[in-house]
Design a protein around this ligand. Structure first.
Ligand code: ARG
Length: 278
């Protein structure tokens, strides 16, 4: 049954991205990473730039942060900070290999004049594990973000926080297992969550788009929605059909090089949410 796109509306977004100039896979901190496999950094840059241009073509604003040599995962900007109402909670990374990224993001927001930039006490990998929708933040834990960080998040950003526990190491960040489609709608792969968290999700989002393992495995859930278009890996074909049936417009993106580090569309995209109506 197809619904029309009538009623769905895109709203212009503000994104922060980081060019993968120094992208490589030199260590393995998730099951997708294999340092023995060659990486084509130029191709990664090309694919990343295509995503950046796609956002611009669709009317979104994209800022870029300078990449830092020696930080090959810095392209995954979603992990740098969580921004709500212009308030910034900077990440604290679980692994030493990525720790220095936090300072670069901190510095970027300070230099842009954001008045409230919080340094996190507990390990949190920002939008990798924190999904903002409506007045709520869905917060993942299990592999990266410390569950104690969830209360810190609620305090720093002044939003209700709902904890979700991830159980499958392939889906180590919440943004590999669940995506926000609108202020009230999500899509997720049920196999990535603990039984209790599934109960929570079913209660909060009874009409969620349930995604199959084949689409989840190609990072179909690592998607960015502007309310109408859903930017997602072009290999998630069944999921694209499910989204169309809901009135969304899937836009397929090829980020195959970045997938070698266990990241895709959403990982490359930090959304800066501004204060409205104030
Ligand atoms: N190699 C990176 C890591 O394991 C990938 C991060 C992907 N980012 C994300 N938001 N899921 O930390």
């Amino acid at each position: 049954m197809s619904q029309s796109t009538a009623g769905r509306e895109a709203t212009p977004r503000h994104y922060l991205m980081c060019r993968p100039t120094y992208f490589d896979v030199t260590y393995a901190i998730n099951p997708w990473m294999d340092p023995g496999k060659p990486v084509d950094t130029d191709l990664a840059v090309e694919q990343w730039d295509a995503l950046r241009r796609l956002y611009l073509e669709h009317g979104h604003t994209v800022d870029v942060i300078d990449p830092v040599e020696g930080l090959p995962d810095m392209v995954f900007a979603a992990n740098g900070a969580t921004v709500v109402d212009d308030r910034v909670l900077v990440a604290r990374f679980r692994h030493a290999e990525r720790a220095a990224e936090a300072a670069a993001y901190h510095e970027w927001f300070i230099s842009r004049g954001y008045p409230r930039v919080h340094t996190a006490e507990y390990v949190n990998e920002a939008e990798g594990d924190y999904m903002v929708l409506g007045d709520r933040i869905l917060a993942g834990t299990g592999f990266r973000t410390d569950p104690r960080a969830h209360a810190e998040l609620a305090r720093a950003l002044g939003r209700e926080v709902v904890t979700l526990t991830l159980v499958d190491p392939r889906f180590y960040h919440l943004d590999t297992a669940l995506a926000v489609l609108s202020d009230t709608e999500v899509m997720y792969y049920p196999g990535a969550f603990s039984a209790r968290s599934l109960d929570v999700l079913r209660a909060l989002y009874p009409d969620a788009v349930l995604v199959g393992e084949e689409d989840a495995e190609v990072f179909g859930l690592n998607a960015v929605s502007d309310g109408l278009r859903v930017f997602l890996p072009d290999t998630a074909t069944r999921l694209a059909g499910q989204l169309r049936d809901r009135g969304f417009r899937p836009v397929g993106v090829d980020l195959s090089e970045l997938l070698k580090a266990g990241g895709s569309v959403k990982c490359c995209t930090l959304e800066i949410r501004h204060r409205t109506g104030a």
